[in-house]
Ligand binder design. Structure first.
Ligand SMILES: NC(=O)c1ccc[n+]([C@@H]2O[C@H](COP(=O)([O-])OP(=O)(O)OC[C@H]3O[C@@H](n4cnc5c(N)ncnc54)[C@H](O)[C@@H]3O)[C@@H](O)[C@H]2O)c1
Length: 317
């Protein structure tokens, strides 16, 4: 890829931060966009942005992707070779409380990006989907081409993203790659997610609500793997023969109670637990098949949870 300009939305978010930093280290020019909303403490978003600001190839705009006019101006001025859309309203449980936020960012914002790319004749979009699109599918491990049945509003908006992207791919020749992320963890993690929550409760000696008594399974995937995968994708973005949807998963499903034991062992501390019933809209198990990704991008293996969590604890605990 000759033109090394990449525009990333959600650049101050958990995954966005890691992706941007990796691309900057590899000499890409990055235009970051984020609205620093208060879904979780914006101080953490500021901390991440400050780290990125140290790189001279990083430009940042505090803009909401809902705001098409402001977005268009930035795209016009920078004409990125690749756009990565990570800005979204994330979270399963919050989507039952405030679905409008998901419509605004995940549907309106996402469509704005595609419309602008169509208008400016920009060709390459990588965007975040989610393992939530599989919903209550019982066929494990999840493969990209199996039936999808999201259980919650969040998952539905992510499935819509895939369908909308497909329309722009077919009709307007925009090259789109959708990434179905499976429970990503790592340093600077999202405070509403399970692992950062455990760290926080242990540190403060507080009690965690453990839904379904901890009898869930998740395919925990290390954020460093995600940023390396996206770097590889960008390097090969001009090769149009690749697929358009990929599971981004470790390919191992871990029981939540086992994860707690492992973290307790590593920290030498005990987590206080209050068992709670199964939550509406939750998936019982996520477990993905990453063979499509491994084959397309010649990826050999993912970071084991044991290794990834040690690294995360060193940085965040
Ligand atoms: N972390 C995971 O395990 C996971 C799993 C599946 C899918 N995803 C998806 O990956 C993407 C990144 O997730 P994350 O974990 O980094 O979440 P995050 O909330 O940390 O990052 C999203 C960032 O986007 C920004 N943002 C949200 N709405 C915006 C808007 N309308 N305009 C501009 N900026 C906006 C937020 O301020 C935030 O900094 C999201 O699309 C999410 O749905 C994440």
């Amino acid at each position: 890829m000759k033109n090394k300009k990449v525009l990333i939305t959600g650049s101050s978010g958990f995954i966005g931060f890691h992706v941007v930093e990796n691309l900057l280290k590899n000499n890409y020019h990055i235009v970051g966009i984020d609205n620093h909303n208060n879904y979780y403490d914006p101080k953490l978003k500021n901390v991440r942005k400050k780290i990125l600001n140290k790189y001279k190839n990083f430009k940042f705009f505090k803009v909401d992707i809902k705001d098409k006019n402001k977005l268009l101006k930035i795209f016009k001025n920078h004409r990125p070779h690749v756009t990565i859309n990570l800005a979204a309203q994330a979270g399963v449980r919050y989507s039952f409380k405030n679905p409008q936020k998901y419509v605004d960012s995940n549907i309106t914002g996402f469509t704005n990006i595609l419309e602008i790319m169509k208008f400016l004749n920009l060709k390459n979009l990588i965007y975040a989907s989610s393992s939530s699109v599989y919903g209550d599918s019982k066929k494990f491990p999840f493969k990209e081409n199996q039936n999808l049945n999201p259980l919650n509003f969040y998952g539905q908006t992510k499935l819509m993203n895939e369908k909308i992207a497909n329309i722009y791919k077919k009709n307007f020749n925009i090259n789109t790659i959708g990434l179905r992320f499976f429970t990503i963890y790592g340093p600077y993690g999202r405070p509403d997610m399970f692992i950062p929550k455990i760290f926080d409760k242990i540190k403060k000696g507080k009690t965690i609500d453990l839904f379904n008594n901890g009898n869930h399974f998740r395919d925990f995937t290390f954020v460093g793997d995600v940023s390396n995968i996206i770097l590889k994708m960008i390097k090969r973005i001009d090769n149009k023969k690749l697929s358009d949807i990929y599971n981004i998963c470790n390919g191992r499903s871990y029981n939540i109670k086992k994860i707690i034991k492992l973290i307790e062992k590593e920290t030498n501390q005990k987590l206080k637990i209050k068992n709670k019933p199964f939550q509406m809209g939750d998936m019982f198990k996520t477990f993905g098949d990453s063979s499509r990704l491994k084959k397309s991008y010649k990826i050999k293996k993912f970071t084991s949870f044991e290794k990834g969590i040690k690294y995360t604890l060193q940085k965040d605990f």
